[in-house]
Design a protein around this ligand. Structure first.
Ligand code: GSH
Length: 209
C-alpha cells in the first residue's frame, strides 16, 4: 500500500496518473497548498521541503518526494513504463529531466505572471511567454513521426502531460502545435489518465482545446 500526499496541480497529477497506470494500491491524502497544509509539522516529517507530491510506500519503507523521483521509483518497482536499460531507457530519462528542469518550472512561472498576476511584471510575462512557446516548439518537433515522447508510452509522457493540461493558464493555443495536440488528446482518452486527473478530488473534465 502506498500513501500519496497530493494536490490538484500538475506535479501531483503526474503521480496519481502514474499510480493509476501501474494499477498500484494507494490511498490519496489531500494536502491543500492554498490553505498551507504543506507547512504542517505532520507533513514536514514526510517532506521537509513542504512541497507536494510525496509518497510513503509501506511495502518497502520508502518515503519519497519530488514527482520525477517518484515516477522513476514506481517504474522501477513495477518494471513498467520505462525500459530496463540501454539507450531506450536513457532517452526516456532525458525527457523526464527535460520536464523537471525546464518545461514544468517554466510553465509554472508562466502561470504566476501571465494568469495570476497579469500586468505586474511585463518583462517576466514576456520572458516566460516566450520561453513557454519555445518549449512547446521543442515538444512539437520531438513528436514529429512519434506516437509517444520516447519509444513506447512511458513515465516521460506522464511527466509532461499534466503540464500541457494547463495550456489555458500558460496561454497556449494547442492548435498552433498540432502534434502536441494529437498526443495530448490521445492521452486524455486513457482511462487511467482520467482517473488520476480526479485525484485528490474532481476539478472538472480534462480541458479540451
Ligand atoms: N520539483 C518538485 C516541485 C513540487 C512543487 O513545486 N509542488 C508545488 C505544487 S505543484 C507545491 O507544493 N507548492 C506549494 C508551495 O510552494 O508552498 C516536483 O516535481 O515534485
Amino acid at each position: 500500500m502506498i500513501d500519496l500526499y497530493t494536490w490538484i496541480t500538475p506535479n501531483g497529477l503526474k503521480v496519481s496518473i502514474a499510480l493509476e497506470e501501474f494499477g498500484l494500491d494507494y490511498r490519496p491524502h489531500t494536502i491543500d497548498i492554498t490553505r498551507g497544509d504543506q507547512f504542517s509539522p505532520e507533513y514536514r516529517k514526510i517532506n521537509p521541503g513542504s512541497k507536494i507530491p510525496a509518497i510513503i510506500d509501506h511495502d518497502t519503507g520508502v518515503t519519497l518526494s519530488d514527482s520525477s523521483a517518484i515516477l522513476l521509483y514506481l517504474a522501477e518497482k513495477t518494471g513498467r513504463l520505462l525500459p530496463a536499460s540501454g539507450p531506450a531507457r536513457i532517452e526516456a530519462v532525458e525527457w523526464l529531466f527535460w520536464q523537471a528542469g525546464g518545461f514544468g518550472p517554466t510553465l509554472g512561472h508562466a502561470h504566476t505572471f501571465l494568469t495570476y498576476n497579469p500586468g505586474k511584471a511585463p518583462f517576466a510575462e514576456a520572458l516566460f511567454a516566450g520561453e513557454t512557446r519555445r518549449l512547446y516548439g521543442t515538444l512539437e518537433a520531438r513528436l514529429a513521426g512519434r506516437e509517444h515522447i520516447a519509444g513506447d508510452y512511458s513515465i516521460a509522457d506522464i511527466a509532461i502531460w499534466p503540464w500541457v493540461s494547463r495550456f489555458q493558464r500558460h496561454v497556449i493555443d494547442l492548435g498552433d502545435f498540432p502534434k502536441v495536440q494529437r498526443w495530448y488528446l490521445a492521452m486524455a482518452g486513457r482511462a487511467p489518465v482520467k482517473r488520476g486527473y480526479a485525484v485528490p478530488h474532481v476539478t472538472g473534465e480534462i480541458p479540451l482545446p
